[in-house]
Design a protein around this ligand. Structure first.
Ligand SMILES: C[S@@+](CC[C@H](N)C(=O)[O-])C[C@H]1O[C@@H](n2cnc3c(N)ncnc32)[C@H](O)[C@@H]1O
Length: 308
């Protein structure tokens, strides 16, 4: 079993589940007047107060409002339209292979319901999707443990609780169109598909995109997988009822905000590489006003702009 230090190095951990969803006090126009850099704190006392608040947020949830992270409009043109990966069927497990449903039932009870995830559609999807089929054989025995696991290429499959938290925060259900940035193993996409969503997912590492596509197809999940940089989203398919990002950029990509449909949510970790980040849920109203909610501290792999 991996040590806590190893787990932190390979994926995201939520140090302490915080279910206090606090509404940020600011509501801002999606386009135009958002800062491109975090506000500069002018005085030492301000810095000290913010550090105290930051630490308190990580430990127990901070009761004051948190400034929204920057949302940036890039000037460089977007890449070509993402192209769906051609499916090649992966080996299917032998029909007598254990389905491990009892481990999933226990996982949902002890790791997910115990942390106040209540959406029955999310809980049922996680009871159903065989997480052990999305991880390499050498860590398959740990597939239902409470931490992320390595999936190759320096990437991870997320901690099950984080998958549940983000799926619930998206607020989507059967028939909703969802875009995921950061396919990884394909597990999060499978959970959303099991919830009845129409799922599109983009992965920057081509080998992972191909492998995830094959796994999803072999297990019978209808998910459209594309290889490429997800920074620009997939505008030809949008707008979306929900967008979920499973790697952490240092700012919110404006193109993803632009592809939110009415009352849709963008769930995204934002923050510096290698340090604690903040999980945000952004929602856009009909007028284009964006509201951000701080869902707590997380640690995700970086959002990169190339597959290297
Ligand atoms: C924590 S892993 C994703 C876990 C995944 N959702 C799963 O269920 O296995 C983050 C993934 O985001 C990918 N990624 C990072 N930057 C990206 C980008 N700009 N566009 C698309 N994918 C990106 C990484 O290659 C990695 O596979």
């Amino acid at each position: 079993m991996a040590s806590q230090q190893d787990q932190a190095a390979v994926g995201q951990l939520l140090p302490k589940p915080s279910r206090r969803f606090e509404e940020a006090s600011q509501s801002r126009r999606a386009r135009g007047n958002l800062p491109t850099k975090p506000a500069v704190i002018p005085d030492t006392i301000g810095w000290v107060r913010r550090w105290i608040c930051f630490v308190a947020l990580l430990v127990a949830g901070c009761s004051t409002s948190t400034p929204l992270p920057p949302i940036t409009q890039v000037d460089t043109p977007g890449p070509d339209t993402p192209t769906a990966v051609a499916t090649t069927l992966a080996d299917t497990a032998p029909s007598d292979a254990p389905d491990r449903s009892e481990e999933r039932i226990h996982m949902v009870e002890s790791q997910i319901e115990a942390r106040d995830i209540t959406d029955p559609n999310v809980l049922e999807a996680i009871r159903t999707v065989p997480r052990h089929r999305f991880v390499p054989d050498n860590v398959s025995d740990q597939a239902y443990e409470d931490y992320p696991l390595p999936i190759g290429h320096g990437q991870t499959i997320s901690q099950p609780y984080i998958v549940a938290l983000m799926s619930e925060a998206l607020g989507v259900g059967p028939g909703d169109k969802v875009l995921e940035i950061g396919t990884g193993s394909g597990y999060q996409a499978a959970v959303l598909a099991a919830m009845g969503c129409e799922v599109y997912t983009i992965e920057i590492i081509p080998e992972l995109a191909t492998a995830a596509d094959a796994t999803l197809a072999a297990l019978g999940y209808t998910v459209t997988v594309a290889a490429g940089d997800g920074y620009f989203g997939w505008p030809e398919i949008g707008p979306y009822d929900g967008i979920i990002v499973t790697a952490a950029p240092d700012h919110v990509p404006q193109p993803l905000i632009d592809q939110l449909g009415p009352d849709a949510a963008l769930v995204i970790p934002v923050g510096p590489i290698g340090a604690m980040q903040t999980m945000w849920r952004f929602t856009a109203d009909a007028a284009g006003d964006i509201t951000g909610e701080n869902l707590g501290g997380v640690l995700f792999v970086p959002f990169t702009r190339t597959a290297e």
